[in-house]
Design a protein around this ligand. Structure first.
Ligand code: NAD
Ligand code: UFG
Length: 338
């Protein structure tokens, strides 16, 4: 089977491409490299000994998409391409709505015109807003998003669900990721954020390597076991394997399906700092700062549905996630050097 992976040069995409190749799929990556480097795919090729066909293209570019779809035959699309920086989306809402929503509408239109109606979409736990209950099951009502990025995910879930309802030839899987961290065991692939990292783990690894002098913890007065925010951190390789399992479901003509991809465990910011220090023997100096606007106290998944229906469970624990994130950072202090 031949899989189109949009955004395949990015963090989660590149790890997924590797798992797809190792499972025997052929992979074509389409990415505009706005937040990634082609080096990630070279590393994938080196690790797998297999070839990745790559198109530098934008999902908003209908002509280019038509050209690619006329040349290549695909059995399914895994759609990662999108902008994802929460804070930036507040500053540049139009750019986020255009890139993520107009981009996905263009992609989906080209897909249907070329009779490709199988899609796996990167959604997010952010669609639950401040969750009505934890652990969060897929039945938990969607909530109010606190930023335009979150709304693009929530709206695109609706768009894809409606398209599938109207045309049963579509198979649509919405994967709601919790907090992906970590890196491939080889230490040659990982997360390579631009500028100052927004997310916790890349910030911690940059403190560990000496690029930043301390971590600021955003609030210690939440209603959690130690006052700091609790999240469901999931190893990026586990997340990647979740996509391979979701493809098996697509092959069964599954219609519309929604799955949480999380571990079912919640860790606080202080738990992560402690685990990182223990796993790697590196000290992480930190200060307590004010809460970050839009943050919630607690978010973790029920991972039961993915286990029952996809046969997927996260394998890696928090120490592996911390060790692998550090192994990547210390071997690649400047990421892919983009
Ligand atoms: P990433 O930025 O590393 O990867 C996204 C890729 O999409 C990048 O390679 C970028 O160059 C590409 N891209 C962006 N706009 C494009 C466009 N218009 N045309 C073609 N390519 C484009 O991010 P990631 O962490 O790998 O996330 C992948 C997906 O998962 C995104 O849709 C993201 O919103 C979603 N997601 C991420 C997280 C997370 O915490 N990392 C959590 C939930 C959901
Ligand atoms: N945090 C700090 N200091 C930092 C960075 C983060 O204390 O420098 C805290 C946050 O306040 C939060 C926790 O660490 O309590 C995790 O924060 P992240 O920014 O790493 O992750 P979020 O849970 O805020 O959001 C991430 C992605 C979203 C996605 C969501 C759920 O950024 O896009 O996970 O998947 F929607």
């Amino acid at each position: 089977m031949r899989i189109l992976v949009t955004g395949g040069a990015g963090y989660i995409g590149s790890h997924t491409v590797l798992e797809l190749l190792n499972t025997g799929y052929e992979v074509v990556v389409l990415d505009n490299l706005s937040n990634s480097s082609p080096e990630s795919l070279k590393r994938v090729e080196k690790l797998t000994g297999k070839k990745v066909t790559f198109y530098e293209a934008d999902i908003l570019d209908r002509d280019k998409l038509n050209e690619i779809f006329s040349k290549e035959k695909f059995d399914a699309c895994i759609h990662f391409a999108g902008l994802k920086a929460v804070g930036e989306s507040v500053e540049k809402p139009w750019e986020y709505y255009e890139n993520n929503i107009a981009g996905t509408l263009t992609l989906v239109d080209v897909m249907r015109k070329h009779n490709l109606k199988n899609i796996i979409f990167s959604s997010s736990a952010t669609v639950y807003g401040d969750p009505a209950f934890v652990p969060i099951t897929e039945e938990c009502p969607k909530g109010q998003c606190t930023n335009p990025y979150g709304w693009t995910k929530s709206m695109l879930e609706q768009v894809l669900s409606d398209i599938q309802k109207a045309d049963k030839e579509w198979n649509v899987i919405l994967l709601r990721y919790f907090n992906p961290i970590g890196a491939h065991k080889s230490g040659t692939m990982g997360e390579d954020p631009n500028g100052i990292p927004n997310n916790l783990m890349p910030y911690i690894t940059q403190v560990a390597i000496g690029k930043r002098d301390h971590l600021t913890i955003f609030g210690n007065d939440y209603d959690t076991h130690d006052g700091t925010g609790v999240r469901d951190y999931i190893h990026v390789v586990d997340l990647a394997i979740g996509h391979v399992k979701a493809l098996n479901k697509i092959k069964e003509n599954c219609g519309l399906k929604i799955y949480n991809l999380g571990t079912g465990h919640g860790y606080s910011v202080l738990d992560i700092v402690k685990n990182f220090e223990e796993a790697n023997g590196v000290k992480i100096p930190y200060e307590i700062g004010p809460r970050r606007s839009g943050d919630i106290a607690t978010c973790y998944a029920s991972a039961d549905k993915a286990k029952e229906e996809l046969g997927w469970t996260a394998q890696y624990g928090i120490k592996d996630m911390c060790a692998d994130a550090w192994n990547w950072q210390k071997n690649n202090p400047n990421g892919y050097g983009k």
